[in-house]
Design a protein around this ligand. Structure first.
Ligand SMILES: *Cc1c(COP(=O)(O)O)cnc(C)c1O
Length: 393
């Protein structure tokens, strides 16, 4: 039954089931068991599993042109870049295959810009608890607890400050500083939205000091927080922005965006074999068009409200902690209960959830999740929390 499992490098503790099919908010394993999916590939599947518009776009594109190579333009690459530029405050797009790769590009771009415009400044200030990916540089940029001593030596040039401490940020700035890089909602940290006032003050300080503002919207972008990009709700403008996850709707697609004045790579300084390939760009274009369609984002906001209210109801009923987050990136603090145990039990009940921290559940359903699926999820969660709580009483 589990043929092949030994051949896969054990980098994550995975449950036993093997998934064979998905549609919308539902996944099926090869025993034919059905699961309601509120993880959606870690907030990647913006339109749920195998949405037909994405399947159609991919099969059309696969039949026509898969890979002319990164040294040539292709139509989907141009179309998606243009659409992103049209709907953001950024002017230039570089496509990548993963969020970490996009952030790696952001770091390189900031360093290049520092060489050109800030006498070789290269240091990037990031936030404690922040998460920016799993390459050496992006791990070094991250403030994930437990990562400090991994894979030494670190890539140099990252200074971490606590979120919501403007003074610490101010003190960390020196002649070598070139940029500030942050998530607006710290996802891995347990879905912690930063205060608007802090973010605005941070952006103002960065501007005054001539630093670049790098916003990592890999998890928050493409409608996840209820607006196309989270920075819109914060009333700020990034100089550099990274996208990933939801951009491809489940495809390995990410992007590095920047303002015209920041776009300073010379030929040959940035690239990658699969970057901007027509298959995934065509998919990303189909996803972005769907998210931009009239009424789509207001439905995300409606879904968010329904989910939030339901979670607040559970919190009240069982005496749990706060519900936080934005749009369809929400978290429930389960107080003294174990979120891992809840995830485990929920799985047995046919519900997939994520626990980024010991006492935090993260919910990131498809952006087009149905009202009745939210209700179903809440019913199962109610049952599971009731049982787990009973077990600890
Ligand atoms: C997931 C994530 C990344 C890394 O993206 P990968 O595609 O896994 O490399 C970086 N930053 C944030 C905020 C993320 O959520």
């Amino acid at each position: 039954m589990n043929k092949g499992i030994d051949a896969v490098m054990a980098v994550a503790k995975r449950p036993e089931m093997v998934f064979v099919q998905g549609k919308g908010s539902w996944l099926w394993d090869r025993r034919g068991r059905k699961y309601l999916d509120f993880v959606q590939g870690w907030a990647c599947n913006s339109l749920g599993h195998s949405p037909s518009l994405l399947v159609d776009a991919l099969s059309e594109q696969a039949a026509v042109l898969l890979n002319p190579g990164p040294g040539f333009y292709n139509e989907p690459m141009l179309q998606l870049a243009e659409l992103l530029v049209e709907h953001s405050v950024l002017d230039k797009v570089f496509f990548a295959n993963s969020g970490a790769e996009a952030n790696e590009g952001a770091i390189k771009l900031a360093r290049k810009w520092g060489q050109l415009h800030r006498r070789g400044a290269f240091e990037i200030i990031t936030l404690q608890q922040g998460f920016h990916g799993r390459t050496l540089a992006t791990m070094s940029a991250s403030g994930k607890p437990g990562w400090d001593s991994l894979f030494e030596p670190k890539v140099q040039g990252f200074t971490k400050v606590p979120p919501h401490d403007l003074q610490a940020l101010q003190q960390a700035i020196n002649d070598n500083t070139v940029a500030v890089m942050l998530e607006l909602v710290q996802g891995e940290a347990g879905v912690l939205p930063l205060d608007k006032g802090y973010v605005q003050a941070l952006a103002k300080l960065a501007r005054e000091q001539g630093l670049l503002l790098i916003i990592d919207e890999i998890q928050t972008g493409i409608g996840r927080t209820g607006s196309l990009f989270a920075y819109e709700q914060y009333g700020i403008e990034p100089d550099i922005m990274s996208l990933g996850k939801g951009l491809g709707g489940g495809l390995p697609l990410a992007a590095l965006l920047c303002k015209e004045v920041v776009s300073c790579f010379d030929y040959g300084e940035q690239g990658g074999t699969f970057n901007g390939n027509p298959l995934v760009c065509r998919g990303g274009y189909a996803v972005l068009r769907a998210v931009l369609a009239e009424g789509f984002l207001s439905k995300v906001q409606g879904n968010s409200q329904a989910l939030r209210q339901g979670l607040e109801g559970l919190s009240e009923k069982y005496g749990l902690g706060e519900v936080r987050g934005m749009g369809l990136l929400l978290a429930l603090n389960v107080g003294v209960l174990s979120s891992a145990e809840i995830v485990q039990q929920a799985m047995a009940e046919g519900l997939l959830l994520n626990a980024p921290r010991d006492n935090v559940l993260r919910l990131m359903p498809a952006l087009n999740v149905k009202g009745r699926e939210i209700e179903q999820m809440l019913q199962i969660l109610n049952k599971v929390i009731g049982e787990v709580k009973h077990g600890t009483d």
